[in-house]
Design a protein around this ligand. Structure first.
Ligand code: MN
Ligand code: MN
Length: 465
């Protein structure tokens, strides 16, 4: 068989770095530098919204509430409770013909503080935590951790906390047992090696001077917090403080081809889609970018994708565009297309046994699409229609964008969920489409710069179509 004929017949999955021209390579590396900066300033959903809002405003986007009437070309955003955000560029076509949505999430697995977090034991002060999302608990011990979030006093005053990121800040950590005394612990199953109730953050060890007090160390910490933030112990009751890894996002490898960072699930898709939206000129179909919260714990609540806040946003687009008919919102959804922009499990040769190699996404081979997710017989999956997959394939192929269609692990081994099904349930055509990741949900996750740039190109091409 001739080489040409063979290449035509086979779906060859090649490494994206091969045969790249210098200009493309430079574009990939410079885009990733911006991404790394973003990751270092946006470690929580609130911080991601804050940075995204700044980026949007400097690119001509305005809060939708400041518009009485919307026209084609208008660039609007809506911030939901500082934790999720929708952005839109109004198209020249009517909204009732459908919109094109790229939806990612900006929350990541982490440790949250319990409502009554502070205690002392044997000369140490600690914060008690309750983990958020799917973590391997042992990974969160003996690494530098920082504290991010807000404390809202009962009078409504809000205090923003970010400690452990600046080189002059202290960091915090969760201790683990020395190997010499860990015989019993080492016999345990990995998932039971560290107990959830033992993920306590080490905070301090100096007692206050008052001789009579029992909780001297705790009191000293409260005194420090009172001086720094003007808070008392009761103010923790109305706080959202998140413990995240304190290390910085970095280039990975001698060749600098990868990014190692906390929270790339799913801020890699958030950043690439946000950047793609900023780069859009006028569009035919209205382009919508979703930065969602609470995906890691099931998308529930009024900042999660399951809430009606997104319907409200699209209704506002309709109202302010002067489009109004019965059931118009349902119609918009039924004629819309979406890329559920969430990370994919990258094939890891060290753990090859959990993957079907012919149906895995590989780092450095482009954007990863999942026709369906779900687990054990596709349960709970949004399974994209073949017609829609063909439409996406055509889009990617004509724009010369490298892609791979895969599954998340072997049958009956893998599985997972994203926000895809939520929009699909409304009638939108949806496919999962994101960057493959190694060590997903770990404090330090790994992605390929080639795939990051490919994601950017994919989301941009999708909106421009
Ligand atoms: Mn995700
Ligand atoms: Mn996740």
């Amino acid at each position: 068989m001739e080489e040409n004929q063979k290449n035509n017949l086979l779906n060859k999955k090649e490494i994206g770095w091969k045969n790249l021209d210098t200009r493309e390579k430079e574009a990939i590396f410079s885009f990733s530098n911006g991404y790394i900066k973003f990751l270092n300033t946006a470690k929580t959903e609130r911080e991601a919204v804050c940075v995204a809002k700044e980026i949007a405003e400097s690119n001509g986007f305005r809060d939708i509430s400041t518009f009485d009437k919307l026209n084609p070309g208008d660039r609007v955003y809506f911030v939901n409770r500082e934790k999720s955000m929708y952005l839109a560029i109004l198209g020249t076509e009517k909204l009732e013909k459908g919109v094109q949505i790229v939806g990612s999430h900006i929350d990541s697995p982490r440790l949250d503080l319990k409502p009554n977090p502070l205690y002392e034991d044997s000369g140490f002060a600690y914060f008690k935590t309750h983990y958020y999302g799917g973590i391997k608990k042992y990974q969160w011990t003996t690494i530098p951790l920082s504290i991010h979030g807000v404390i809202v006093k009962s009078n409504g005053q809000k205090i923003t906390v970010n400690i452990g990121e600046d080189d002059s800040d202290p960091i915090f950590t969760i201790t683990d047992l020395l190997p010499h005394l860990a015989q019993d612990q080492m016999e345990k199953k990995l998932k039971n090696g560290i107990d959830g109730e033992d993920l306590n953050l080490l905070l301090g060890s100096i007692p206050c001077d008052n001789e009579k007090e029992t909780d001297k160390i705790k009191l000293n910490i409260l005194n420090i917090l009172n001086q720094k933030y003007d808070i008392t112990e009761a103010d923790f009751l109305s706080s959202e403080l998140e413990i995240v890894p304190a290390f910085k996002a970095r280039s990975l490898g001698f060749d600098g081809s990868m990014v190692a960072a906390y929270g790339q699930d799913d801020r890699v898709c958030a950043y690439t889609s946000l950047s793609a939206m900023m780069a859009l000129e006028n569009v035919k179909t209205t382009a919508i970018c979703i930065l969602s919260d609470k995906e890691e714990i099931g998308s529930m609540g009024n900042t999660g994708m399951e809430s009606h806040m997104f319907d409200y946003f699209v209704s506002e687009l309709l109202n302010k565009s002067g489009e109004n008919k019965p059931n118009l919102l349902d119609k918009v959804f039924c004629f819309s297309k979406m890329l559920s922009a969430d990370v994919d499990a990258g094939f890891d040769p060290i753990y090859a046994s959990v993957s079907d190699k012919t149906n895995s996404a590989f780092l450095g081979r482009g954007i990863g699409l999942n026709k369906y997710t779900g687990a054990r017989g596709k349960s709970g999956a949004s399974d994209a229609n073949a017609e829609y997959v063909a439409w996406i394939r055509n889009l990617l192929e004509k724009n010369d964008i490298r892609y791979q269609i895969s599954e998340l692990g072997k049958v009956d081994v893998g599985g997972g969920g994203t926000i895809a099904y939520i929009l699909a349930n409304k009638g939108v055509d949806v496919i999962d489409c994101g960057v493959p990741v190694l060590s997903m949900h770990a404090p330090y996750e790994v992605t390929s710069k080639f795939d990051i740039y490919t994601a950017y190109k994919t989301y941009k091409a999708f909106w421009e179509e």
